[in-house]
Design a protein around this ligand. Structure first.
Ligand SMILES: CSC[C@@H](O)[C@@H](O)C(=O)COP(=O)(O)O
Length: 366
């Protein structure tokens, strides 16, 4: 089993995903700044795993606090702000920091510093365990939805699925979101093979999803992002399924750059396109996808591949890390609570706890 992230002996341990699959480097750290750097550089990545890492990062920072209790809150607010500045799009990160804030608000008055540290650690462990459990539930709901929507094909043969980026154990710590559904569907005899798009520029599909599929013994092909059109045109794909970094209240979804293209192509070819994501990825406070902050990353990520330059330093580059797929291209949102179809505004309101709707201001970024 891949150990994407764990916490023990007051240290965070993570698999550095930047060098996979060629190098399997595990890193141990007690330094919260190193943990923040791991999130920023995508050594640790994938929306749910970013949330888990954010929780443990706060734990590391709190562990090294040795001041008076009076000064703790100012220190804590500074740490939360630092963690929240690491990556903007995956709302799981803000879900985790909100949970940490909640623990401190609830427990501060009654607890000694040692007890407060213990409560914060327990909350981080709880976020981690919940994301693992969420994956199992998404896999169950996802398989049921696939059986329902694609039963007419399954009567004759197994299915071929297209996925994008990495949404497996490396992105969640559990079975995965979209890749978790695929793994379960394969186990249940529904899947023939997987097409995993490379996911330029950082190649999460080619490097990470391929690595996970190989380990699972699931037949797959990697393909260039630009190939999904011809794969669909030739009938080689039956449906698409991807993860999410943030889902707005109307179902509009931000995910790895290129997702929108696959979704439109599925629509053009009459193929179902699904999102699989836990409730921690839903931002019910924003009405639609235009409010989702889309991360823009360093131009050098595009100008070089694994450190090898493929363009001049002066080549102007646009490097959005995510794009936004409008809900009209999405045939189902598979969450840990249920697989949602139809009216996403109504369906999401029913499954997202009311507390999630509080205290996040609305600020349009478009
Ligand atoms: C279960 S992970 C869902 C998403 O986080 C995933 O599809 C994705 O876009 C990851 O982007 P990354 O930039 O690698 O963190």
């Amino acid at each position: 089993m891949i150990d994407a992230i764990s916490f023990g002996n007051n240290k965070l341990r993570y698999l550095d995903q930047r060098f996979l699959p060629l190098q399997e480097n595990y890193v141990e750290t007690a330094d919260y700044l190193q943990a923040i750097e791991a999130i920023k550089t995508l050594a640790v990545r994938g929306a749910p795993l970013i949330g888990v890492a954010a929780g443990y990062t706060v734990v590391l920072a709190v562990q090294c606090f040795d001041g008076e209790k009076d000064s703790f809150k100012a220190y804590f607010d500074k740490i939360i702000a630092e963690v929240e500045a690491s990556r903007p799009t995956a709302v799981n990160l803000f879900f985790a920091t909100a949970k940490m804030n909640e623990v401190v608000a609830k427990r501060f008055a009654e607890s000694s510093m040692a007890e407060l540290k213990e409560h914060i650690l327990n909350e981080a462990i709880c976020i981690h365990n919940e994301e693992i459990a969420n994956c199992e539930n998404m896999a169950r709901h996802g398989v049921a939805l696939i059986q329902k929507d694609l039963g007419h094909i399954l009567e004759k043969r197994k299915l071929n699925v297209l996925t994008h980026c990495n949404t497996g154990t490396l992105a969640t710590g559990g079975l995965g979101t979209a890749l978790g559904v695929i793994k379960q569907a394969y186990k249940d005899g529904l899947i023939e093979k997987v097409y995993t798009s490379e996911s330029r520029p950082l190649l999460q599909g080619l490097r990470l999803t391929a690595w996970e599929l190989e380990k699972e013994g699931i037949p797959f092909f990697s393909h260039a992002d630009s190939s999904s059109g011809i794969l669909m045109q030739r009938g080689m794909v039956d449906f698409g399924i991807v993860g999410a970094d943030r889902i707005a209240a109307n179902g509009d979804t931000a995910n790895k750059i290129g997702t929108f293209n696959h979704a439109v192509l599925c629509h053009e070819h009459g193929l179902p396109f699904y999102i699989a994501a836990p409730i921690s990825t839903v931002d019910i406070t924003i009405p639609d996808g235009t409010y989702i902050p889309i991360e823009e990353r360093n131009a050098d990520e595009l100008r070089a591949i694994h450190g090898t330059k493929v363009a001049t330093d002066t080549t102007p580059v646009v490097n959005f890390a995510f794009d936004m797929t409008p809900a009209k291209y999405i045939n189902g949102i598979i969450t840990d609570k249920a697989a949602l179809t139809g009216d996403y505004v109504k369906a999401l309101k029913e499954v997202v706890p009311a507390a999630a709707a509080s205290d996040k201001g609305l600020s349009s970024v478009c």
